[in-house]
Design a protein around this ligand. Structure first.
Ligand SMILES: Cc1cc2nc3c(=O)[nH]c(=O)nc-3n(C[C@H](O)[C@H](O)[C@H](O)COP(=O)(O)OP(=O)(O)OC[C@H]3O[C@@H](n4cnc5c(N)ncnc54)[C@H](O)[C@@H]3O)c2cc1C
Length: 372
């Protein structure tokens, strides 16, 4: 058993994470335990202290983490997105500075793209990076940054006169202030923050993209990875909801028949099972495309996220229905899974946004459809 598998099987961790979701905060001790077992180093190159597991393997870990805690999963998703950006686009001195601390989890990372005006379209970023001697001066606000309260390094996408730029901001920077985001009904323990930058100086060495390429190169690369990881999380909670529902219908016997003896209940479970299996297969295909650096990985990631989140919405809603009133109690896991499926639908490119982008791709004559 690998240290990460041991971690995920640990009963104490399960109990701590279940409580964290209730109280709205993951204790430092849990972060330290995850760090010791290598959870934060899975995407970090070995020469910086990580284990460099391919995404095809990491998606299974993300499924398992999301089953335990959607909040911890969200923290891990943004962490790996920032690791990816630094490993791929960072200068050697930036890699040496941050990757070892990211591998151990000593430096949690946040990804700040969404702004108060919205998180779906970025043609008019309100956060600006004004070129100055030795770097940039950042001014503006970002919303809903997972891990934003704890992050020691934040990837920020901001507008410059030459187009968007991606910058790494040190968590200790003067001019960066954070406040807890409005509490959410799900993903309650992500240490989410709204960030404000006021004359915050960022050294040129922390620039991850040329000006004009912050969105199309760095943010798109991060979001492509993020979509595959969210797809994996959605598969995890979909499978968990379905397993819980099957346990319930086997034992619940309101009259002469158990719920599992009704044809319509069996058909509902079979349909969701097929959809979840399809979501898992699409996620694996996108992860393989990511590992092979295939040119159509952006589209594969959108397809995986759309397929897996649709499966999660369906499976969690069916699970809720089969649970009846007991599914609506505060403590019922199926209720939590259903709320989490709605969030997976929205983040890293919401369903409507991705459908619109994918449809736009598909009507172009030169695009490969994936089955020819
Ligand atoms: C738990 C959680 C964690 C998050 N973590 C992060 C994070 O770490 N970093 C970060 O930057 N952000 C984060 N976010 C923000 C998230 O990415 C945004 O909420 C999301 O992108 C949607 O943006 P919005 O909420 O502003 O909705 P809006 O942009 O207002 O969109 C609302 C809805 O309008 C429709 N819509 C809007 N624009 C279009 C369009 N162009 N085409 C089609 N339909 C459209 C869609 O139905 C969409 O769902 C997080 C959010 C949550 C809930």
């Amino acid at each position: 058993m690998s240290p990460v598998d041991e971690l995920l099987a640990c009963g104490e961790l399960r109990a701590q994470l279940a409580k964290a979701e209730d109280v709205g905060v993951i204790p430092d001790e849990v972060y330290r335990k995850c760090g010791r077992h290598g959870l934060f180093g899975l995407a970090v190159p070995a020469k910086y202290g990580g284990t460099t597991r391919p995404l095809s393997e990491r998606v299974r870990v993300h499924e398992a983490v999301a089953r335990l805690s959607a909040s911890l999963h969200s923290v891990l998703v943004v962490h790996e997105m920032v690791v990816h950006a630094i490993a791929r686009f960072g200068r050697p001195e930036v890699q040496t500075r941050w990757l070892p601390a990211l591998a151990t989890g000593d430096a949690p990372a946040a990804f700040a793209l969404t702004e108060p005006t919205g998180g779906s379209t970025f043609d008019a970023l309100g956060t600006t990076a004004t070129p100055a001697a030795g770097g940039f001066v950042l001014t503006g606000s970002k919303r809903w940054a997972s891990s934003g309260l704890r992050a020691r390094v934040v990837l920020v996408v901001a507008a410059t006169p030459g187009g968007p730029v991606a910058l790494l901001v040190d968590g200790d920077s003067t001019g960066l202030t954070r406040r807890p985001a409005e509490p959410l009904a799900a993903f309650r323990a992500t240490s989410m923050a709204d960030l404000r930058f006021h004359e915050c100086v960022v050294a040129k060495g922390n620039q991850l993209s040329a000006t004009g390429f912050g969105l199309h190169r760095v943010a798109t690369g991060c979001l492509t990875l993020g979509r595959i990881l969210v797809a994996a999380g959605a598969c995890g909670i979909a499978a968990a909801a379905l397993e819980t529902a099957v346990d319930h219908v086997r034992t619940r016997k309101p009259a002469a028949k158990a719920l599992a003896d009704h044809e319509i209940v069996r058909a509902a479970i079979a349909k969701e099972h097929v959809d979840v299996r399809a979501g898992v297969a699409l996620t694996s295909a996108a992860a393989a495309a990511f590992d092979a650096d295939e040119p159509d990985v952006v589209r594969e990631a959108m397809i995986a996220k759309l397929g897996a989140t649709a499966a999660a919405r369906g499976a969690t809603s069916t699970a809720l229905r089969l649970y009846g009133a007991s599914g609506m109690t505060q403590a019922a896991p199926v209720r939590r899974y259903a709320a989490e499926a709605q969030v997976y639908d929205l983040i890293e490119g919401g369903t409507d946004v991705l459908l619109s982008a994918l449809g736009g791709d598909l009507v172009r004559a030169e695009v490969s459809w994936g089955w020819r």
